[in-house]
Design a protein around this ligand. Structure first.
Ligand SMILES: [Zn+2]
Length: 233
């Protein structure tokens, strides 16, 4: 056993890593979520459903090619902690790893076929400074690595906005409108098929506003991916 492995083993004994979902200690070959919880992940299978609930959410609002999220998100469900941990508990690599699992699960459907670039939903600079990272960027990286395609920070948050919690759908929409702008590097996305990525979709207002910003790029095609999908009914 070399030193790093020994150190790993010692750390596991002193501070056992636990499954984000069930909280049980993880085996050495289980990075963030245990095998059992991954097997029971409440998959949406949206990638196999024509005009799925997520695509319906954006219909008539912003033109997109296709949209899918990996698993259902319900408040209070133990699976919600995957999103919570990736966002707030300083575990961005959990998001990155889940994204690689999502590609493995959804790739056979052809969902990722023809995608040229992955673009994360940005965080406002203040928020990112406080949190230290943008969870969506890690999710985008996981997808980019799995598909061997580029990640582009092509959308920027343009101004501060008040928190989305406790706002109605209309208030959220007004709140996010004009909040995102294309970054200078977005010009390189002309004629390309972009996968816009976020951790979770609830009302869709953030993804819609980011897609609107990207649509300023000529001849761009936009598809949407999220790790989780809030139950929309
Ligand atoms: Zn578990």
């Amino acid at each position: 056993m070399n030193i790093p492995q020994w150190l790993h083993a010692a750390i596991d004994v002193l501070m056992p890593r636990t499954c984000s979902v069930c909280g049980k200690p993880l085996d050495a070959d289980e990075p963030y979520v245990c095998r059992r919880c991954m097997e029971q992940l409440p998959l949406t299978h949206f990638e196999d459903i024509p005009f799925n609930a997520m695509e319906q959410l954006f219909a008539g609002k912003v033109p997109i090619e296709r949209a899918a999220g990996l698993f259902y998100y319900e408040k209070g469900s133990p699976y919600a902690s995957i999103i919570h941990d990736a966002k707030y508990r300083n575990m961005p690599r959990l998001g990155e790893w889940m994204a690689t699992r999502a590609v493995a699960q959804m790739r056979p459907s052809g969902f990722f076929q023809g995608i040229d670039v992955v673009v994360p939903v940005p965080l406002h600079r203040d928020k990112q400074a406080r949190r230290g990272y943008n969870q969506s960027e890690y999710i985008a990286r996981g997808i980019g690595q799995s598909l061997n395609i580029e990640v582009s920070l092509a959308v920027e948050a343009s101004r501060r906005h008040s928190t989305q919690t406790r706002k109605s759908a209309t208030e959220r929409w007004l709140n996010t409108r004009g909040m995102y702008v294309p970054a200078p590097c977005a010009a390189q996305l002309a004629n390309r098929h972009v996968l816009l990525v976020d951790d979770v979709v609830t009302t869709g207002s953030t993804l819609e506003a980011c897609a609107e910003a990207l649509r300023q790029v000529p001849s761009i095609t936009i598809s949407l991916f999220t790790l989780a999908v809030a139950r929309l009914v």
